[in-house]
Design a binder for this molecule. Structure first.
Ligand code: F6P
Length: 349
């Protein structure tokens, strides 16, 4: 369990300088996290430099001084004031070395990276040649990092998806249509599971369902047919995770139309899921984790990610965050499947 030194005795770290950057897909709450990092660092008299455009900022030596005044008004803003990027160059050792040289030239004492699995892989590589402490903060809408129940941005993304599906439901009901809604998640079903339960979707498909493509199509058809027999004139909404082996929303819609002759409408929600004002839960999580990231550095931690598990702050080694597979909430998964099965049972009564 994490010891909140930050809330305890004040330790001055005058003349210390830390750097922070946001990397990969942006996530609502990243700005709240930056604000918290700056506030916590101020508490210890540590100054903060913000590198812009993810790891590109380290490579190109693009940075700004992150003062409290610069960041204080950002808690409610989506995106990231530091900008973000996916940085292909960081896969090449020569660029990682260049980044380390820039950090050394600026006398940076530690680095915090807010991002997802790709960003932490990059941080781990950097830490092999840059000999100063590094800490990761989980910031991705996908919620696919081991070592934290939730990542910054996930709750807002789920709210966005639920709001969008509620709207789709209106038109689906009006026209008695089947809709296939494609949601983000990269290769995991966290968004799909939570959002499909919250909006009462009739079916959901995500990688963790572990059905073969053939079984999955059969199951979808069985559900549509059962639901349609039960309530002939109702809409039917299926949530599908992007990159699903079965195909994208358009392909699955076409497949279903071909096999059961019913018209299906695909809807790819796309990048609206990453934008918008962070919800309160994400702002609170971001504030907690930002402060704890600074605290971890002050108490000598290195190559760890700060996360929250069962309401406790925990530290997990960077490598574990992306090498270990985070499981979906088993209880929620079971409830969803029981509800899906109910439709079939009711129909056979
Ligand atoms: O990792 C966050 C995420 O939004 C994923 O859900 C999605 O697969 C990916 O980023 C999209 O990335 P990009 O905006 O680079 O296309």
């Amino acid at each position: 369990m994490f010891n909140y030194a930050f809330l305890g005795t004040l330790r001055r770290c005058i003349d210390k300088k830390i750097a922070v950057l946001t990397s990969g897909g942006d996530a609502p709450g990243m700005n709240a996290c930056l604000r918290s990092i700056v506030l916590a660092a101020n508490h210890y008299s540590i100054s903060v430099l913000g590198f812009e455009h993810g790891y590109n900022g380290l490579i190109n030596n693009e940075f700004i001084e992150l003062s409290y005044a610069a960041i204080n008004q950002g808690i409610h803003l989506g995106g990231t004031l530091l900008k973000s990027a996916r940085c292909e160059k960081f896969h090449l050792p020569s660029y990682v070395e260049l980044a380390a040289n820039h950090l050394n030239a600026l006398d940076i004492d530690a680095l915090i990276v807010i991002g997802g699995d790709g960003s932490f892989r990059g941080l781990q590589v950097l830490s092999q040649i840059w000999n100063k402490p590094v800490i990761g903060v989980p910031g991705t809408i996908d919620n696919d990092l081991f070592g934290t129940d939730y990542t910054i941005g996930f709750h807002t993304a789920v709210e966005t998806v639920v709001g969008a599906i509620d709207k789709i439901r209106d038109t689906a009901d009006a026209l008695e249509r089947i809709f296939l809604v494609d949601v983000m998640g990269q290769h995991s079903g966290f968004i799909a599971l939570q959002a499909s339960i919250a909006c009462g979707a009739e079916f959901a498909m995500y990688p963790e369902s572990k059905l073969s493509e053939h079984q999955e199509i059969e199951e979808i058809i069985a559900h549509i047919e059962a639901a349609r027999k039960l309530h002939e004139k109702n809409s039917f909404i299926m949530v599908l995770t992007e990159n699903h082996p079965i195909g994208n929303a358009q392909q699955v819609a076409d497949m279903l139309t071909k096999q059961i002759g019913i018209e299906c409408r695909p809807c790819i929600l796309g990048h609206i899921q990453r934008g918008g004002t962070p919800c309160a839960q994400d702002r609170v999580l971001a504030t907690k984790l930002g402060a704890c990231a600074v605290d971890s550095l002050v108490s000598g931690k290195n190559k760890m990610m700060v996360g929250e598990v069962k309401n406790e702050i925990v530290l997990t080694s960077l490598t574990d965050t992306y090498e270990k597979k985070k499981q979906l909430d088993i209880a929620l998964f079971a409830i969803q499947h029981q509800l899906f099965d109910l439709v079939n049972e009711l129909n056979s009564d």
